[in-house]
Write a protein that binds this ligand. Structure first.
Ligand SMILES: Cc1ncc(C[n+]2csc(CCOP(=O)(O)OP(=O)(O)O)c2C)c(N)n1
Ligand SMILES: [Mg+2]
Length: 340
């Protein structure tokens, strides 16, 4: 059993067999997610929406995994920073805006959940609950069901490094390890759990080190390098589909914005630290890669930016004018079906 492999060596798109169109699609999803996320911050500051929790800085970790999956066939149990992940699987800006505005048509919960509790039945995206790490044993359960049914489905669940201190993490991984379940545990290690830094969270250096305790590979990858993540996730997906069991994939990344719209990160970390990570921004990094390889020219980049902004404007227009949930229905489909 491999307990640790480092895959943070740079890999090229040629080695990965990725076409120009696929690379540009990956880039577009990262860009769309970033711009949509930034707009949600603005809507919050304008007093139009009550709360926002951001995935800025973590787009590469999410897109690199998503592009290995079969949307609507595989199962994904994400966490609240996974905007780029769910957009890559097929959710649309409109769906996410409906949730932020708490509208009746919100596919995640019909306006019953906090925003960023992403769910979409048709895409097998399972909405989580707010207690962190609860998605981890649930994902192991979904993977067990797939295994019992003899399907070659892969389950992905994601969480932050702080969540790996919860009992749910250990129980979920233990179970998946014993039964060799087809699940990928994606830890988006952004160095902080709100104000708590990594070294106050665990006594080992890497989250991936914990995999050894559950008999599965623990893989560390540069979470700001979308191709490195794609590469590592592909190996984990192949493993899971072949019935070889789970993988703990740790994507090292950073949250360059406050924890949520209600947090002031100046109270627990220096501006120098934040700036040093901003220089390693995953989107800028991918953009540079694409430009250097002659795959992205200025015109195409500007065209994609315009397309993203138009999609976002349209999503806001739609969500703002959509109907609010009816208070009479508040206790309606809490446990039953949510709107399609
Ligand atoms: C069981 C539980 N404890 C505490 C909280 C409050 N809380 C919400 S997010 C968060 C930090 C989680 O950190 P991490 O897992 O690293 O994810 P990140 O937000 O950094 O992406 C905490 C403590 C919660 N939601 N659930
Ligand atoms: Mg964290």
């Amino acid at each position: 059993m491999i307990t640790q492999t480092r895959t943070d060596l740079e890999v090229s798109h040629e080695e990965l067999g990725l076409s120009k169109e696929t690379l540009l699609e990956m880039y577009y999803k990262m860009l769309l997610s970033r711009k949509l996320d930034e707009r949600m911050w603005v809507l919050h500051r304008q007093g139009k929406v009550a709360f926002h929790i951001s995935g800025i800085g973590q787009e590469a970790a999410q897109v690199g995994v998503a592009f290995n999956l079969k949307p609507g066939y595989d199962w994904v149990h994400p966490y609240y920073r996974d905007m780029a992940l769910v957009l890559s699987l097929g959710m649309e800006p409109r769906h996410l805006m409906l949730a932020v505005f708490g509208k009746r048509e919100d596919p995640s919960s019909g306006g019953r959940q906090m925003p960023a509790h992403f769910g979409y039945r048709r895409l097998n995206i399972v909405a989580g609950t707010s207690p962190v790490a609860t998605q981890i044993p649930q994902a192991a359960g979904i993977a067990l069901a797939a295994k019992l049914r003899g399907e070659d489905t892969v389950v992905v669940t994601s969480f932050g490094e702080g969540s790996t201190s919860e009992g749910d993490f250990h129980e979920g991984l233990n179970w998946a390890g014993i039964h060799r379940l087809p699940v990928i545990f994606l830890c988006e290690n952004n160095q902080y759990a709100i104000s708590v830094p990594l070294d106050q969270q665990m006594a080992v250096e890497n989250v991936a080190d914990r995999a050894a305790g559950y008999g599965m590979p623990g893989v560390i990858v540069d979470g700001n390098d979308v191709l490195a993540v794609f590469h590592a996730a592909r190996q984990a997906v192949i493993r899971a589909r072949a019935g070889q069991g789970p993988t703990l994939l740790e994507a090292k990344t950073y949250r360059p914005v406050p924890h949520s719209s209600d947090d002031d990160d100046r109270s627990y970390r220096s501006r120098e630290e934040v700036m040093s990570w901003k220089k390693r921004d995953p989107i800028l990094r991918f953009e540079t890669y694409l430009e250097e390889h002659g795959l992205l020219r200025t015109e195409r980049r500007e065209e994609m930016l315009e397309r993203a902004m138009a999609e976002i404007d349209e999503a806001i227009r739609y969500a703002e004018s959509a109907s609010d949930p009816d208070p009479e229905e508040a206790l309606g489909p809490v446990w039953g079906p949510v709107p399609e």
